[in-house]
Design a protein around this ligand. Structure first.
Ligand code: NAD
Length: 320
């Protein structure tokens, strides 16, 4: 049996199980995050299937082991929510979904660029109130603008490809060169990319060396009036420094699909947590800021791919 924790995956898992899973497989779906409080529900399961908001700390892993769980199937690429050392010590099989529809996230980054650039979010709210005025909605034509891509992996490349199609000039920074980028633009240092770019989009992982990659120093290097977009991980940006850059109007707009404290906010049932997050509240006072709740991956195609790879991972576990 499998313990799963997101209801929106259910239809994709059910569609896939007929083709990919053994008839005898039982799946128990639960709609709340796995934690010390909920872990007992995994009793009797051989595997648990978890996502970014499920916290697999050492005590949770120890409890899972006691309950008889042997395999941890992550429905995401990242595994920063799993204490891997403890998982290894306890002998768990751990598998992730290394890649699922990079285009889904890249397209969402483009959506954020378009929205923040043309103030569509403001127009949407105004028109609902019967206000068709254009003041404050002035945008810029993307054609001919320079786009800085930080991280040219699967998503960064897909994003660069679309932006090139808009007639943008693409410059990129990465610690490794990806030959797929050569036909799309030019590699430069981060210090060169920032002042050149009208739009900066982040597509690198959150690791020690990239935490607060966009800090007050980097923001001071950015082109005045640039847009900053982050669909990668919230910790790449020093949110307090970004608030200063918005205040001083150095940044023309900010669009985030990910937020530094998102685990505590977006997945919390307590709206009071959001009200008490002072940084988030300050961010929300700017009309030129959009924050979404980590939905870049959230397309039918990506969820179908996640379900399929998860069943393959389960099969791999069962076949040793
Ligand atoms: P990837 O591994 O294919 O690419 C990451 C790239 O970042 C690589 O080219 C790597 O060399 C580069 N990189 C590593 N360290 C760097 C540094 N210090 N500076 C610049 N570049 C650096 O990963 P991907 O599939 O393209 O995913 C990118 C990120 O998108 C992931 O790390 C994840 O955090 C995020 N993501 C978000 C969503 C969402 O729903 N918003 C979904 C999936 C992934």
């Amino acid at each position: 049996a499998v313990f799963s924790t997101q209801p929106y995956d259910q239809q994709f898992f059910e569609q896939c199980r007929a083709a990919k899973a053994p008839q005898t497989l039982e799946i128990a779906y639960h709609s709340f995050p796995l934690s010390a409080e909920t872990v007992a529900l995994a009793s009797g399961c051989e595997s648990i299937c978890v996502f970014v908001n499920d916290n697999l700390t050492e005590p949770v892993l120890e409890k899972l082991k006691m309950l008889g769980v042997r395999a941890i199937l992550l429905r995401c690429a990242g595994f920063n929510n799993v204490d891997l050392k403890a998982a290894e010590r306890l002998g768990f099989f751990v598998a992730n979904v290394p890649s699922y529809s990079p285009e889904a996230v890249a397209e969402f980054a483009v959506t954020l660029v378009q929205t923040i650039n043309r103030n569509t979010h403001r127009a949407y709210n105004r028109v609902r109130e019967g206000n068709f005025a254009l003041d404050g909605l002035l945008g810029r034509t993307l054609h001919g603008k320079t786009v800085g891509v930080i991280g040219t992996g699967k998503i960064g490349i897909a994003f660069a490809r679309i932006m090139k199609g808009y007639g943008c000039r693409i410059v990129a920074y990465d610690v490794y060169r990806n030959p797929d980028f050569d036909s799309l633009g030019q590699y430069k240092t981060l210090e060169e990319v920032l002042p050149l770019s009208d739009i900066v989009s982040l597509h690198c992982p959150l690791i020690d060396s990239t935490r607060h990659l966009i800090n007050s120093r980097a923001l001071a290097q950015m082109k005045p009036g640039a847009l900053l977009v982050n669909t990668s991980r919230g910790g790449l940006i020093d949110t307090t420094a970004v608030i200063q850059a918005l205040k001083s109007k150095r940044l023309r707009g900010l669009a985030l699909d990910v937020y530094e404290a998102e685990a505590a906010l977006f997945y919390s049932d307590h709206s009071s947590d959001i009200i008490q997050d002072d940084v988030f509240q300050r961010l929300m006072t700017f009309p030129n800021v959009i924050v979404c709740g980590h939905q870049g991956f959230f397309t039918e195609e990506a969820l179908a791919e996640i379900a399929e790879v998860t069943f393959t991972n389960l099969e791999d576990y069962r076949h040793g």
